[in-house]
Design a protein around this ligand. Structure first.
Ligand code: FAD
Length: 385
């Protein structure tokens, strides 16, 4: 595990130039709603970023999870383009779950090319339905299958070569499978939401798409997708922490030069209190992320639904939303019409109230496990005498 300073230096030395290049046109892309260009993911692969935490024998850098989490946080802190690490990590997440399948063909055809940056990938699970009512169908036809349906709002869809997606088979099971953007019957329609305007959001339409048997990834698709989601929540927590650090630093820099009634507003106690609240939010979130990463890296993790990971995603999201509203309160009009980054941050972190599982469902799931006695409430294990 590298220290925070080591990670900052590593990111600057190895990927600083790339991140600066990606950051350059972000304001234009945000206004136009343009996706981060596909070529940046190729460059991220070629410079060893995408593969940094994958094993060396498949072309990766062999970094441990704690270092990878710290690299993700640092990328989100220094890269002005929030979509870059968000979309890139969708691909690393897909490569990870495919690698965990233990199939050499998947490693050869998908994991290695994703790591090299030759292929981009994302996860397409959600429909306007709960997972038990999924409408996308996977029908058996001859030796293979045919997939029909649609997935609503997919991160990185417009730049993805491969989709890890899910359909219900004739027995009613949710089954994972891989489709390519140029497969017959696949159409990707650009989609737009409130935030993540540069993430290439899209709707994946599947019209009788032929899927060969080797593209089917196990029968228990629900558990499979849940594993992806578990890991996704952890990475999102790292990313939002980096974004929060960048926002706070930006906010303080601006306030230091804002003069009202003859003096800098940073001398006003209410402004200092706001900055204090924001700093507390950032530091507590960093601490939650660090301890969660350490625990998961030590192997103390439920791979399907880890309460600590979900709690960390929940906590970080709430802190990020609070940070954004504090920035708007303390910066006045500057946050609204002077600098677009605050609005972008607000829109993006509000998305995390719902992305990767809604905050409310995380609360329900954790609460249900605790009340069923499957988790020890904190006071049971830590009674103060
Ligand atoms: C920025 C962003 C990026 C996304 N990227 C992707 C992507 O790349 N791939 C992908 O597949 N999806 C993606 N999504 C979709 C996302 O995963 C879903 O929106 C999310 O899982 C919530 O599902 P839903 O919108 O259907 O909400 P719903 O399931 O309708 O939940 C809304 C609310 O209904 C209530 N509710 C629903 N079910 C229950 C229950 N069982 N018990 C109690 N209350 C309940 C809760 O209050 C819950 O908060 C993305 C979404 C966003 C915002």
């Amino acid at each position: 595990m590298r220290t925070e300073v080591d990670v900052a230096e590593l990111v600057e030395q190895r990927w600083g130039a790339l991140l600066a290049q990606i950051s350059r046109a972000t304001d234009h892309r945000q206004l136009a709603g343009e996706a981060v260009p596909r070529e940046f993911f190729a460059m991220a692969g070629a410079t060893g970023l995408i593969g940094y935490a994958f094993p060396q024998d498949i072309g990766g850098g062999g970094a441990d999870l704690r270092t990878w989490g710290a690299v993700m946080e640092e990328l989100a802190r220094v890269c002005a383009e929030p979509a870059f690490p968000i979309v890139m990590s969708m691909g690393t997440g897909v490569a990870s779950v495919l690698q965990d399948c233990g199939r050499p063909d998947l490693v050869e055809h998908y994991v290695k090319p994703i790591v090299r940056g030759d292929r981009t990938a994302t996860l397409a699970f959600s429909e306007d339905a709960d997972p038990f009512s999924m409408r996308t169908e996977l029908r058996r036809v001859g030796d293979g299958y045919v997939l029909s349906g649609a997935k609503d709002f997919i991160t990185g869809a417009t730049t993805a070569d491969v989709f890890l997606t899910y359909g219900r088979d004739e027995a009613g099971r949710v089954v994972g499978c891989l489709v390519h953007c140029d497969d017959d019957g696949v159409e990707v329609l650009p989609a737009s939401g409130l935030g993540f305007r540069t993430s290439g959001m899209g709707r994946l339409v599947l019209r009788d798409v032929p899927v060969s048997a080797d593209r089917v990834i196990g029968a228990d698709g629900l558990a499979h997708a849940q594993r992806y989601l578990n890991h996704r929540r952890l990475i999102l927590t790292c990313l939002v922490t980096g974004m929060m650090r960048a926002l706070l630093a930006r906010c303080v820099t601006r306030l230091r030069t804002t003069v009202r009634h003859g003096g800098p507003v940073t001398e006003l106690p209410n402004v200092q209190a706001a900055i204090g609240r924001m700093h507390i939010a950032v530091e507590t979130t960093r601490s939650v992320v660090a301890s969660t990463l350490a625990r998961v890296a030590d192997g103390a993790v439920d791979p399907v639904f880890d309460i600590g990971i979900s709690a960390a995603k929940h906590f970080a999201t709430e802190q990020a939303v609070m940070l954004a509203t504090q920035a708007f309160r303390v910066l006045g009009g500057h946050a609204y019409y002077g600098d677009p980054r605050y609005g972008i941050f607000l829109q993006d972190c509000v998305a995390l109230l719902c992305a990767a599982g809604t905050q409310e469902l995380i609360e329900v799931n954790i609460g249900a496990l605790v009340t069923a006695g499957l988790v020890e409430p904190a006071e049971k294990s830590e009674v103060l005498t």
